[in-house]
Ligand binder design. Structure first.
Ligand SMILES: [Zn+2]
Length: 299
């Protein structure tokens, strides 16, 4: 079982500045590991607002160097490394992020790269199983259980040539993430075939002549061919946000035959059986214990 917490389902330069929808990426939460993907502006704040502890982050994946995917990564590295007091955590990122783009600009400084325990370059042709040894809890036995996940890169057609989409396998669940890309049928149809969940960065409802991003017309083609069990729309641009993401998801589902839902900021999707939910505010239980309630909103 993996819970996916959406910290930002908005995309595009207009939404980035207006913040109609957040741009904090999403967190994959497995049995033991918390993996933050593409932490753009507001990721840290959104995480705190969701009552999550940023220091409990085990890995950060940055798929490319654009600001709406990486700007909060250094702050989260500081959280992941125990307020910078230890070398901890795994940072996986595109070469442009770690080494610099065509202008030499690094999205994550060398200082922050050196704070983590492991810093891994990753690209669209890579496939690797990562293993993370967790720190034993204080007072427990010194042995620390290892947890692993496998990441398979998927090529993108986007401004950042070193960027990548991916399929991640963790806790028996396969989750695909397109990242920012134009549709490449010959590659994407096979790469995302049969995944349990496909998170699609679907910027627009229709083509408008601006390249480098998915729109609903191409997403429908991808879903028809790849047949994921579920598609979740994210990284939606201002036009799509204002015209109604739920209606767009219904239209895509009807045309593709694949169950499709629109991502929502601050909501979780649980891959097991609880579906789509948002935790309610913590309240006092009978015994004075804090307890968390969840509001299930249906799948
Ligand atoms: Zn981008």
């Amino acid at each position: 079982m993996v819970d996916i917490l959406f910290l930002g389902t908005g995309g595009g330069r207009f939404n980035l500045v207006r913040q109609l929808r957040g741009t904090g990426g999403f967190m994959l939460m497995g049995r033991h590991l918390n993996i933050h993907v593409d932490p753009g502006p507001g990721a840290l704040l959104r995480l705190l607002q969701a009552n999550r502890d940023p220091t409990k982050t085990d890995a950060i994946i940055v798929t490319h160097m654009h600001i709406d995917h990486v700007s909060d990564a250094p702050a989260l590295v500081e959280a992941m490394s125990g307020f910078t007091f230890k070398h901890a955590g795994l940072l996986i990122a595109a070469a442009s992020v770690l080494d610099g783009d065509k202008h030499g600009d690094k999205s994550i400084s060398k200082y922050h790269q050196m704070l983590v325990k492991e810093c891994a370059h990753f690209g669209p042709a890579d496939k690797k199983t990562f293993e993370i040894s967790r720190q034993p809890k204080s007072g427990s036995a010194p042995s620390s259980p290892a947890n692993s996940f496998t990441l398979s890169g998927v090529p993108v057609k986007h401004d950042d040539k070193s960027g990548f989409g991916f399929v991640i396998e963790m806790d028996g669940v396969k989750i695909g993430y397109t990242s920012d890309t134009e549709y490449i049928p010959a590659i994407h149809n096979a790469a995302y075939a049969g995944v349990d969940v496909l998170i699609a960065n679907n910027l627009k409802s229709a083509a408008d002549g601006i390249p480098d991003h998915l729109h609903s017309g191409h997403l429908i083609q991808l879903l028809k061919a790849a047949k994921p069990k579920l598609c979740i729309l994210s990284h939606m641009g201002m036009g799509l946000i204002q015209s109604g993401p739920e209606a767009e998801a219904a239209r895509i589902e009807s045309a593709s035959g694949v169950k499709t839902i629109a991502g929502r900021d601050g909501y979780y999707y649980c891959t097991d059986r609880c579906g789509w939910f948002r935790p309610q505010k913590e309240k006092k239980g009978k015994g004075g214990q804090e307890e968390k309630a969840q509001s299930k909103l249906g799948e």
